[in-house]
Design a binder for this molecule. Structure first.
Ligand SMILES: Cc1cc2nc3c(=O)[nH]c(=O)nc-3n(C[C@H](O)[C@H](O)[C@H](O)COP(=O)(O)OP(=O)(O)OC[C@H]3O[C@@H](n4cnc5c(N)ncnc54)[C@H](O)[C@@H]3O)c2cc1C
Ligand code: FES
Ligand code: FES
Length: 1354
């Protein structure tokens, strides 16, 4: 691409990375900072999790010098969005740059690792860098600062609590000291921790009281880490800013240009230079934060050949104060604006003047995360013109004006009102015009302004509807002289409700106005059924809710007394204070120090994860000759493939070949239970995202670009998308699965009441932070192939790949060091990607790598199964269940995959933890045109259990008894039979339940909640308790086996290998602890390197929570063999050391390598006869959660959660508590936030973190207590422990039912008493629309079938 000749410089691109100067004479401006540091600088600590600024895994710190103010600014940045050229003349610090295990750890790295805040570790470097940046700016932050710093970071494993607790130690006084008496005394004693303290002390059990006394009793510990051991943080030890960047021409006074092959980057430094550029190249794209453009380029295939970066033009960077308000330069980033406004609000004498500024500051709290706000500009938000922009409604309602300028026409001022936006993301601006600044006016004494936003997740989320509302009164009166209302999310642009506003001028501000405005707004902002965005009635209701909130708030501002009950419409309780407590049994006093079983050891590679040294699949250095595979996938849900045209793709320079079914030497059919899926589709496609072929090219960029050029011609067929469609068309994978016990008809006859109903549970995206990845390396002889992969199921993947290659299994080696999360999504759905990669490598006979982009992964890899449960339950008037008939329908997608097995567990979990005397459960596996749905933590059990809890909660309503009473009455007991006829032995569910109710002070809090609800009309609280019982074992008997291989080397070091894969769950750590016990050596002598099919063959997936049970026993077996061999040498030299015995054995020619094997005894279940033992034992637990909902918007917050779980004798309490908290948080996402939406043609709409919301830091319960039940050894598995991976997930249903409880109260206030249906997830739209009131009643839900909905929930 030729240079434009404007503002070009001959200077090379320069920046500093981790203190090292990087000079690049030939920089490619198309690259992002992340790609540059990962591929060019080989710094792989920063991770790619989403490429859209939504997960924070790529967070780095950028430091820049302002020569005018002589200040250095440190700010966190999403390296995945930052164009490489944007850091010209700046310093970048990555996780590797702050320190490593080879030097001395930085406290930020040390504390997250030792506080157990890193599980799979894929998010950890990004979290470390967010915290590091915070500390560089504020060495002693408070908890609000910490929460705020993490708004842009996601973690799928930990549930956030341990990260927050670890980093709380940086706050003044170290935050909560865990009962050990911190610098300022214990907060739990002196009540200094604010509002929640009352609850915590109300909830105090003996243990909590003990904890507050700073000690423990009965060997109960509350300390999972020793904060006293942490290296103190000394900010003076931080590296200095490179002096060269303060003095040289790099400091921004000179314009520069960098010319790449397809794109030129200009960074002018004056406004005339910018205008000149735009005059000559009107299509040149202005870029500031790149947070809109970056997403367009990556996901919408846009190419902007000329980018003009305006971050260094003073006119666009200025904020100036005038008599009438402030002028904000278009390139001012949101953090700078926020800081300026906060300062200005404080400084200004007449506080009424800054009402708009306060609304902007409030709105910015909910605008993206820090990484985005640090770079995203005000102008970018305005010019993009997104209909859900958060700032535009405020600017429009405030009456802002914009300064536009072009070289040709000079400067003009335009009002920022409805005429500024001319259509979806279009404005009146001319192509050569630039936005120079925005003028935001002051408000007058009698003028009021507020902003509103409702999004699916409170933090870092885009709005469903937002608004800015301003009213001005005649001085000294309540008569309206001006009303201005702007709404986002109601049309293709931000809209102003001008008609309604105008019609209210001259009116008095009183209650009548509310109903008139409501009626008028409903007419003025209509949404027809099927409108883009969907949720039509909810969105319309929100506009009225916002106005109502505004009305009441202004009323109060006008000194009119608003009734306490109504004040809840606009007040919010600050639940920000965060507390947590963890209780576990300490190891017995005599336990040898080498034996680490039962101790809260940190994850064995947590330090490497925190320093970025931990190697994930895509971090493996590039291999000589390596190529990249980009997949070509179906864009139709159901179609015949008519033709595939690869010509244009193959013509691109750097493309090597196209792979397809024709290149599969073996079998093109794959699958896990049966082979019913094509690896590469041949004649027909069955879902969007199905693999048809792939482009192999020199690198990822070329391969992906070429893959998009492959043209597929389809003949479309009718798709089946939803469960209801499948039922109607009788589309099932196989015959229904039935479990039957007792005589249901008789049971119904003996019942006082029978109720029938149905409930839906949505699917769930795994959202492992590391997407599916594969590196296939042909070995060059004997058809050998080695594949590094991110897979939970190495042996099965080995078999699939070997079958596809047509070679024996012994030629294929599958290896995995660690996974950046799996959760079931890499148990079988990785087959397709790994096999496609292997086929490509086989074809080109070179190493080939592939890593799915987040959106590809979400579209292609399947999810948790959506379920529909239909039930009929008979019970006595006291609430005792007599008989139950349940039909479960799972949306399985296109193929079997693991669906029948998932259904088995759902059917077996339909009792949750209750006694069912007579039952018929039938499971239907619906075949649809969605990607094949698959295993996900819980494996069908959470779906089955939610149906159970739904009818259970209805029984309580029908019988007029409390929810917890009806649950307690029906809880299954020791010795009773489940509906699948397994006797419950060592059943501790009642102990968990009672302990949980007691610890949480359920009874007194129930009363508090009820009285709180009486005093508040528009916010409601809810409280619920839920038990769980989770069967442990693979239901398929043969799968309950595992192997291990242990080598002892002659220096005494031990290498353990076993069947299990480390994916963050701490399996390797636990296995090292087990080996330490049975080899009687300290854990530090033991190492686990990786999992590989050539170390332990014929393994089962690491799944079903059974990893520790199966592998632990296999490791034990191998250890015992080795100890048996070493015994003579120990006896011969009793005073010798481990090393002495090992050496002696070696010299005596004794094998120091042993395999171990284990199969779970006495299990197996006969489905026909409904007898046997499908499970080895059960893990039990209970949870109590309290929530607060906003009845007007559907927003909710979890105030407190208490969990009690029986994990047997925990092998590692820190890991087990981590699994409980992480599982609970994932379940919380399942039941409240994570909403999968598809269009009726089978395209996933909720792709990427922008649209699909997993819980974030702000969603942690404000008080989160976890206790492990004491004195419950489990003699059925290793070290008397219990499996824990999946069981806690369902406990998050306590939040779901607490929400339902809160809604019930809202409905009662509205005079609606009948039972209502609440489907999962309890999203804000469902909550709001269930809280019926005068606003929702204005809108009628469109009748299904009479229109095409914008989205369906499948
Ligand atoms: C993860 C994530 C979260 C987000 N969350 C939110 C949110 O909560 N609320 C919200 O409203 N938005 C959100 N956004 C959208 C985005 O961050 C904002 O719109 C932001 O203000 C854009 O600024 P930018 O500097 O990054 O724009 P850029 O991407 O650099 O530019 C955006 C557009 O503005 C044009 N432009 C910029 N400056 C000028 C100028 N001076 N003259 C003419 N044209 C100009 C550019 O040419 C381009 O077309 C989010 C984006 C991401 C990636
Ligand atoms: S990879 Fe950058 S934010 Fe997710
Ligand atoms: S540890 Fe955070 S995503 Fe795994």
């Amino acid at each position: 691409m030729p240079s434009t000749g404007i503002g070009t410089s001959t200077e090379p691109f320069v920046f500093f990375c981790n203190g090292r100067k990087v000079v690049d004479e030939d920089v490619d401006p198309e690259l992002t900072l992340l790609t540059y540091i990962r591929t060019k600088l080989r710094l792989t600590g920063s991770k790619l999790g989403c490429a859209e600024g939504g997960c924070g895994a790529c967070t780095v710190m950028v430091s820049s010098y302002d020569a005018d103010t002589k200040t250095i600014r440190h700010f966190s940045v999403n390296a995945c969005l930052a164009p490489i050229c944007s850091v010209h003349g700046m310093a970048v610090t990555t996780v590797e740059g702050i320190r490593s295990t080879r030097t001395k750890l930085h406290p930020v790295q040390e504390r997250i690792a030792k506080a157990h805040g890193s599980q799979c570790g894929f998010c950890t470097p990004g979290i470390v860098m967010s915290m590091y940046t915070l500390l560089r700016n504020n060495p002693v932050p408070n908890m609000d600062d910490i929460f705020s710093a993490f708004e842009g970071n996601l973690c799928r494993c930990t549930g956030y609590r341990p990260i927050l607790e670890g980093y709380k130690t940086f706050t003044k006084g170290g935050g909560c000291c865990g009962g050990r008496g911190g610098q300022n005394g214990c907060c739990m004693m002196n009540g200094s921790n604010g509002d929640n303290r009352e609850q915590a002390t109300n909830g105090a059990s003996d243990e909590l009281t003990n904890r507050t006394n700073g000690g423990n009793s009965d060997g109960v510990s509350t300390a999972l880490f020793q904060a006293d051991d942490f290296t103190p943080y000394d900010s003076s030890q931080e590296p200095i800013f490179p002096p060269e960047l303060m003095t040289s021409s790099l400091t921004a006074t000179k314009s520069v240009s960098f010319v790449g092959k397809r794109l030129t980057w200009h960074r002018p430094v004056t406004l005339p230079e910018l205008l000149n550029l735009k005059a000559q190249h009107p299509s040149a794209k202005i870029v500031v934060g790149n947070t809109e453009i970056g997403v367009e380029v990556k996901f919408k295939n846009q190419l902007y050949p000329i980018l003009v970066c305006t971050t260094h033009i003073p006119d666009l960077q200025e904020i100036s104060v005038t008599d009438s308000g402030i002028h904000v330069g278009a390139s001012v980033n949101l953090t700078t604006l926020d800081e300026f406004l906060k300062k200005h609000i404080k400084q200004i004498q007449q506080s009424h003047k800054t009402r708009v500024f306060s609304a902007i500051v409030e709105m910015l709290k909910w605008f993206a995360g820090h990484q985005i706000r640090n770079v995203a500009a005000v102008g970018g938000n305005i010019v993009t013109g997104s209909p859900i922009s958060d700032l535009n409604p405020l600017f429009m309602a405030a009456g802002c004006t914009l300064e536009l300028e072009s070289q040709k026409n000079g400067r003009r001022s335009v009002k920022m009102d409805q005429s500024f936006y001319t259509g979806y993301r279009r404005t009146i601006m001319q192509a050569d015009e630039v936005l120079v600044s925005i003028h935001i006016p002051y408000t007058s004494q009698n003028e009021y302004f507020y902003g509103y936003k409702q999004s699916p997740r409170r933090e870092d989320d885009i709005a469903i509807v937002n608004a800015g509302i301003r009213v001005r009164f005649e001085p000294g009166s309540k008569v309206i002289t001006d009303l201005s209302m702007a709404f986002g999310g109601m049309a293709a642009t931000t809209v102003m409700a001008t008609k309604t506003s105008e019609s209210m001028i001259g009116r008095e501000w009183n209650d009548e106005l509310v109903s008139e405005v409501s009626t008028s707004l409903a007419k003025e902002l209509p949404l027809l059924p099927g409108a883009p965005g969907g949720m039509e009635t909810y969105r319309q209701s929100l506009t009225l809710s916002f106005f109502f909130k505004f009305y009441l708030k202004v009323l109060e501002d006008l000194d009119v007394k608003v009734s306490p009950v109504d004040r809840s419409a606009f007040t919010s309780v600050d639940h920000k204070n965060f507390h947590s407590a963890q209780f576990y049994q300490e190891v017995p006093s005599g336990q040898p120090s080498y034996d680490s079983v039962g101790r809260p050891d940190a994850h064995k590679t947590a330090l490497q994860q925190a320093t970025g040294e931990a190697v994930y699949c895509d971090d493996i250095p590039r291999i000589e000759g390596e190529l990249y595979l980009a997949l070509v996938t179906s864009t139709k849900a159901h179609a015949n493939i008519i033709a595939v045209d690869t010509e244009a793709a193959l013509a691109i320079e750097g493309v090597h070949t196209y792979v397809s079914a024709a290149d599969v030497p073996g079998d093109n059919m794959i699958g896990v239970i049966i082979h019913d899926e094509e690896l590469f589709a041949t004649k027909q496609v069955h879902c969007v995202g199905q693999i048809i072929g792939g482009i192999v090219a020199e690198n990822q960029a070329i391969a992906q670009r070429a893959a998009k050029l492959v043209k597929i011609q389809y003949e479309e067929l009718e798709p089946i998308i939803t469960i209801e469609d499948a039922i109607e068309k009788q589309s099932f994978l196989k015959d229904p699965l039935i479990v039957k016990k007792g005589d249901v008809e008789e049971a119904f006859k003996a019942s006082d009441h029978i109720i029938e109903g149905e409930v839906r549970i949505g699917g769930q995206e795994h959202f492992y932070l590391e997407t599916q990845c594969s590196l296939a390396i042909p070995k060059g002889e004997s058809n050998e192939m080695e594949i590094f992969m991110s897979s939970q199921s190495l042996s099965h993947t080995q078999h699939v790949i070997a079958d596809c290659l047509g070679v024996p299994y012994n030629r294929v080696v599958c290896r995995s060091k660690r996974l950046g999360g799996g959760f079931g999504g890499k148990e079988s759905r990785n087959f397709n990607f790994n096999a496609a990669c292997a086929i490509a490598a086989n074809k080109v006979n070179r190493p080939v790598r592939t890593m799915l982009d987040r959106d590809e992964d979400m579209v292609m890899s399947g999810t948790r199964h959506p379920y529909l449960g239909r039930y009929k339950v008979g019970f006595t008037k006291e609430g005792i269940v007599k008989g139950l008939v349940v039909d479960l329908y799972a949306n399985c997608g296109i193929s079997w995959d693991l669906s029948p097995a998932v259904m088995e567990r759902a059917v077996l979990s339909s009792d949750n933890a209750y006694l069912l005397p007579a039952v018929i459960v039938t499971g239907y596996t619906c075949k649809t045109n969605l990607p094949s749905n698959t295993a996900f933590r819980g494996f069908g059990a959470p779906q089955g259990m939610l149906v159970a809890e739904t009818w259970m909660s209805q029984i309580a309503v029908k019988c007029g008894i409390s929810q917890e009473q009806v649950r307690s009455l029906n809880l299954i007991r020791e010795g009773q039979l489940t509906h699948f006829n397994q006797t419950l032995n060592n059943c501790t569910v009642r102990r968990c339940w009672e302990e949980c109710l007691e610890k949480s002070c359920y009874a007194s809090r129930r009363q508090q909640v009820d009285s709180w609800n009486k005093a508040n009309r528009w916010k409601k609280r809810g409280l619920a308790a839920v038990p769980t019982k989770f069967g442990i074992a693979f239901v398929q008997k043969f799968m309950n086996q595992a192997g291990a291989l242990i080598h002892i080397y002659t220096d005494g070091s031990v290498l353990v290998s076993h069947s299990g894969v480390e994916m963050g769950q701490g399996l390797h750590t636990k296995m090292i602890q087990v080996a330490s016990r049975y080899l009687k050596v300290p854990a530090k002598k033991i190492f686990i390197s990786e999992t590989s099919t050539n170390l332990v063959p014929n393994t089962q997936p690491t799944a079903a929570s059974s990893g520790s049970d199966l592998n632990g026993n296999a490791v034990k077996d191998a250890c015992e063999k080795l100890m048996h061999r070493l015994e003579p040498f120990m006896l011969a030299n009793p005073k010798g050391t481990w090393e002495d015995w090992v050496t002696a054995a070696y010299l005596d020619r004794v094998s120091l390598s042993a395999t171990g094997f284990y199969k779970t005894p006495n299990i197996g279940y006969d489905w026909e006869k409904n007898e046997g033992m499908p499970f080895n034992y059960f893990t039990f637990g209970a949870a109590v959660s309290e929530v607060e909902i906003d009845c007007l918007t559907g927003d909710h917050e979890v105030i407190r959660t208490d969990i009690v779980m029986d994990v047997g004798d925990s092998i590692n309490p820190a890991i087990d508590i981590g699994q409980i908290e992480g599982g609970f948080t994932q379940g919380y996402g399942l039941f409240t936030l994570e909403d999968h939406r598809w269009n009726p043609k089978g395209h996933l709409l909720t792709r990427g973190p922008g649209f699909y919301k997993i819980p974030g830091f702000g969603d942690v319960p404000k008080e989160f207590n976890v206790s492990l039940l004491r004195g419950v050894p489990n003699n059925r598995t290793i070290c008397s422990s219990k499996a824990i991976g999946e069981p806690p997930l369902f406990l998050a249903a306590s939040v779901f039912f607490a929400i339902k409880d809160a809604i019930t109260s809202a409905r009662a206030d509205a005079g609606v008493s009948e039972e209502f249906r609440l489907d999962s997830p309890a999203t804000s739209d469902r909550i709001r629309m269930a809280c019926v009131d005068q606003f929702t009643k204005q809108f009628k839900e469109p009748v299904p079938g009479t229109y095409t909905p914008f989205f369906v929930r499948p």
